[in-house]
Write a protein that binds this ligand. Sequence first.
Ligand SMILES: C[S@@+](CC[C@H](N)C(=O)[O-])C[C@H]1O[C@@H](n2cnc3c(N)ncnc32)[C@H](O)[C@@H]1O
Length: 325
Amino acid sequence: MELPAELKSAVARILDGTPPGALRQAAGALSARYRAEIRDGRLHVADDMAARAYLATRLPATYAAVRAAFAQSAGLLRDFTPRSMLDIGAGPGTAVFAASDCWPALATAVLVEKSPAMRRIGADLAAHAGPLFEWIDSDAETFFPVVPAADLVTAAYLLDEIAPETIGPLAIRLWELTRGLLIIVEPGTAAGWRRILTVRRTLIAAGASIAAPCPHQFDCPLVAPDWCHFARRLARSRLHRQAKDADVPWEDEKYIFLAASRMAPKRISARVLAPPRPSSGLVRLKLCNADGSVSERLVSRREGALFKAARKLDWGDALPAAPDE
Ligand SMILES: C[S@@+](CC[C@H](N)C(=O)[O-])C[C@H]1O[C@@H](n2cnc3c(N)ncnc32)[C@H](O)[C@@H]1O
């Protein structure tokens, strides 16, 4: 996946002239804080250089993950055409850019973000691309001012930065503000999955329909050390490679998400939970099934059309429900 051309050139314009050494150092420090999930009361992105490092190294990855989560959700809610959006822990506006790419009718977006450096760089990005942005300086953990409900509400890569005990109450608050669809995206780590499970339990108890990725509302059938996540490959720009001191022109971003809907989603029979493993005449699939189970399914060439379809499946794809299901 590549960033949309307009966003990519806005990022390049903002980063133009940034001293490579300082960018590399800031990217290293940011990555270390994210990897250790440090919660020391300081913002990860506390100054302009950290915000630039975020733009160079994290925005392309979080964009890829969020855009993929939106596509997986939109495919099951064909009539959903959001006009308004609320994004919490918005960073530079990544999820709003991804949403306007997925749902081009999106007209307004309110972005709640606590870091002044992120808000500044996000406003600069949005001046050159994207729909109408309104930035709000507030804290998702303790309070955010009265904001209007929105068709689409999102929080991407936020929950690992807030106190664990605030995740449930925040999920409820966001659900109350959701007119159509609430999508939460987290890093595809075991800890990210556990946070998503907390949100999932909370929202099901509040009456939400889980649109994606789960094909059911039962308890998650996966048991640690296994966990649910997906991956999206993204192209690394020259600046991205420089900032990370990396040669490989791509990286795989692992992510997990939850889409909770007020509309009835299209039903699916299963979700592919791992990269399909083809061998001669066989495709091995790990599936989360509509009956709440997880299974390994071996599809053989003898199964004709099913085998053909299975060979085209990718990690994260949905298997349609049979007509009578
Ligand atoms: C990892 S970044 C993700 C940004 C963006 N959502 C994305 O996907 O690229 C998390 C963002 O949440 C913001 N944040 C963290 N805690 C917050 C809080 N309590 N209230 C509001 N924003 C917060 C951070 O400043 C940061 O910009």
